[in-house]
Design a binder for this molecule. Structure first.
Ligand code: ADP
Ligand code: MG
Length: 347
């Protein structure tokens, strides 16, 4: 049928673009810094543009080419039932076990200490909230513990492994899932397609190998896994709806479902309640409570104090890059330094 290669086109296109972007981000500073070779930069940007435009058409093109090379016709491919191909499943660590640990994490930007010897851990089966005024260093810390940027000093451990110098891909492969402050979904694609992307990026196999696999059983397994996460998050009724046509609250939950499809042990959520209406916040809180029950370790950066105080098991408070308080919601709310830091706020 016409839509057959649709998902894979999207997956392939999005992956290529993501990879290209990552590579360009590595190369650009070097290129501009040393030789100033603008041709390559411009070429890269053009490639990006073309890919972004052609994302839909790429897969059918590639698949057709591969079939011709392999002298294979689509109807001769074996149709295995969905149950036969299994995606890797990682068991969650036992509740209470440290999944993610930051020790004396320091980040300096020319003259500014954005994170100052920050200690924190996130345990299986808990919601840990990171709060603090604007500019306190919360986003910087998120980048430190997800491999987006490297600490100047200090150590990050994921499931007891030292993550020094590891790229964000390695964090994801080891069981770290995250959502972003601003929703990043393929708006015209269905909820199912978006979540399937997360199931596909499990990172245990080479992306070229998995992209070029013409195995329908594998595709079915990915879709089944995506559907499982969609049901888990209560989005079953909107699985076929284009993501952009959903209200913001549901889009945030789609992002969580996509992260869950990558089988994380720890989930980092950057301001998941921002911009949500009261009822949407309640749904989100219920979902996070359910995931905590299932044994996930959850770290949220959140400004909504009511949301945080009702949901979090532990709270760490940052101010000017330094941890000024840590404890239960009750302890933190009674802390004079916290009250002072939030003077004029609604804590
Ligand atoms: P928060 O997320 O708590 O609002 P951030 O982590 O974004 O705070 O920022 C902490 C401090 O570090 C701010 O003063 C910000 O201006 C600074 N900062 C963040 N990223 C950079 C950067 N890439 N270069 C220089 N300064 C930065
Ligand atoms: Mg921030």
């Amino acid at each position: 049928g016409g839509g057959e290669g649709y998902l894979w086109g999207a997956v392939l296109g999005a992956t290529l673009i993501t990879l290209l972007k990552a590579e360009l981000q590595d190369w650009l500073p070097k290129l501009l810094g040393t030789s100033g070779n603008f041709e390559i930069v411009v070429f890269g940007l053009l490639m990006l543009l073309v890919l972004q435009r052609a994302a839909d058409g790429l897969w059918p093109l590639l698949a057709g080419f591969t079939r011709r090379v392999l002298k294979m016709s689509p109807d001769k491919r074996t149709l295995a039932p969905a149950g036969e191909v299994r995606l890797d499943h990682h068991a969650l660590p036992p509740k209470g076990e440290q999944v993610l640990q930051a020790q004396k994490v320091t980040k300096r930007f020319a003259g500014l200490v954005a994170n100052n010897e920050v200690d924190m851990d996130v345990r299986a089966g808990e919601v840990h909230a990171l709060i603090g005024p604007n500019g306190a260093g919360k986003s910087t810390f998120f980048n430190m513990i997800s491999g987006v940027d490297d600490p100047t000093e200090g150590q990050v451990r994921l499931k007891t492994r030292d993550m020094k110098g590891k790229p964000s891909r390695a964090f994801a492969a080891l069981g770290l899932g995250r959502t972003f402050q601003h929703v990043r979904l393929l708006g015209e694609r269905s909820v199912l397609d978006n979540v399937a992307l997360g199931a596909h990026q499990r990172g245990h196999k080479g992306w070229v190998a998995s992209m070029l696999r013409l195995d329908r059983a594998e595709e079915a397994a990915v879709l089944a896994e995506a559907m499982r996460q969609i049901e888990r998050c209560g989005l079953g009724a909107v699985a076929d709806t284009p993501a952009a046509s959903l209200p913001l609250g549901q889009q945030r939950i789609v992002e969580i479902a996509r992260a869950l499809a990558g089988q994380p042990a720890v989930l980092l959520l950057d301001e998941p309640a921002a911009g949500l209406r009261h009822l949407e916040k309640q749904h989100l809180a219920e979902l996070l409570g359910q995931l905590r029950e299932e044994g996930l370790a959850i770290l949220v950066v959140e400004h909504d104090m009511e949301f945080v105080m009702n949901l979090a098991d532990r709270i760490t408070v940052l101010e000017f890059g330094t941890v000024i308080a840590h404890g239960s919601p009750t302890e933190v709310q009674a802390n004079p330094r916290v009250i002072a830091a939030y003077l004029g706020g609604d804590l």
